[in-house]
Design a protein around this ligand. Structure first.
Ligand code: MN
Length: 202
């Protein structure tokens, strides 16, 4: 199967859940494969506030909804619920999904950057797709707010439940709490209210 066909297949659920002509979200196209894979964390106020953690893997953004958001304290185990793969273009999406659409609410690009796969096995790196199948993946983030290692550990396959945990490295900081102290968008400098108001005015 060609790579683009596989991407299309992975994005079938994304497409089925929304009408992008109404929601204003990116189309489920193939997007651009970069040299280094990217990650994005989107703060999403959809009635229930959560953070969507997305990692570029094989042409799509693997995605998890993290209700409490990521922590910089290695002692925190943050629940991360696996959600449908998103198109690569979604990493640049910030705005308001209109009332009545899937995920209606405001989306803010809370952090982004490149990441590295650091999931080692005996004889080298385990490819990301394989790591997610086994239920254990380690990534090294190069974000503006989040840096260093993070572990994703699956705890319940049926429910799609994972834990997102900061690894104990130089970027670990039990006192920082960036989710509350650094709320603004890394691309526009806006907060959720700014984004919502601006879109209503336009
Ligand atoms: Mn979301």
């Amino acid at each position: 199967m060609a790579k683009n066909d596989r991407t299309e297949e992975k994005l079938a659920e994304y497409r089925a859940k929304r009408d992008v002509s109404r929601s204003g979200e990116p189309e489920a196209g193939a997007g651009q494969d970069g040299d280094t894979p990217c990650f994005v964390i989107q703060k999403h106020d959809a009635g229930n506030l959560h953070y969507d953690f997305r990692l570029e893997v094989d042409g799509v953004l693997k995605s998890w909804a993290v209700p409490k958001g990521p922590s910089t304290d290695p002692r925190d185990k943050r629940l991360a619920i696996a959600t449908e793969d998103h198109p690569l273009d979604y990493a640049g999406f910030e705005g308001v999904i209109p009332e009545g659409e899937y995920g209606a609410g405001t989306v803010l690009i809370w952090d982004h950057g490149a990441y590295e796969n650091i999931t080692w096995k005996e004889d080298g790196l385990r490819p990301m797709a394989e790591a997610f199948e086994t239920g254990h993946a380690l990534v090294w983030l190069h974000g503006e707010k989040l840096c260093g290692g993070y572990a994703l550990q699956r705890i319940d396959d049926d429910e799609g439940q994972w834990l997102l945990v900061k690894m104990d490295d130089d970027a670990a900081d039990a006192r920082r709490n960036p989710v509350s102290t650094e709320p603004l968008s890394v691309t526009s400098g806006r907060d959720l209210d700014d984004i919502a108001e601006e879109e209503q005015d336009s």
